[in-house]
Design a protein around this ligand. Structure first.
Ligand code: ZN
Length: 136
């Protein structure tokens, strides 16, 4: 089995945002030259996350961000963290920092309406995404 690690950057434009990074993950997978296996996508940040969700209707991304805002208020009288971004840290843990996608015949195995999203919760910032491709 071959293991190849790549990374790419995402420049976010708002405090909270979901950026479709499917093409960057696909490109990293192709560069790795692995046709069958899996790819692990990892976000090395504590106020951002990765998820897989619908890319057909942009209202879905809007609604997911809205629902997260409802669940986790920007400020809370009990928050202690002095940076003032405890909401972003909490959302990062709720959504999670990695995803795993299968690769078959050189293509990412995703559902028709699925895309891989980088989730920004404390932007705008320049962020890193690590992709590790494993297989043959
Ligand atoms: Zn912080």
């Amino acid at each position: 089995m071959k293991i190849v690690q790549r990374e790419f950057h995402v420049s976010t434009r708002s405090r909270t945002e979901m950026v479709d990074v499917t093409h960057q993950v696909e490109a990293a997978t192709h560069e790795a030259g692995i046709r069958n296996g899996e790819t692990i996508i990892f976000c090395p940040h504590t106020t951002a996350a990765l998820t897989i969700n619908e890319n057909a209707d942009p209202d879905v991304v809007h609604d997911v961000l809205l629902a997260l805002d409802e669940m986790v208020p920007r400020s809370h009288p009990g928050f202690r963290h002095s940076e003032g971004n405890s909401d972003a840290h909490t959302k990062s843990s709720l959504v999670g920092c990695s995803e795993q996608v299968l690769i078959k015949d050189g293509t990412l195995v995703l559902g028709t309406w699925q895309a891989i999203y980088f989730c920004e919760f404390d932007g705008p910032r320049r962020r890193r995404v690590i992709v590790q491709v494993r297989g043959e």
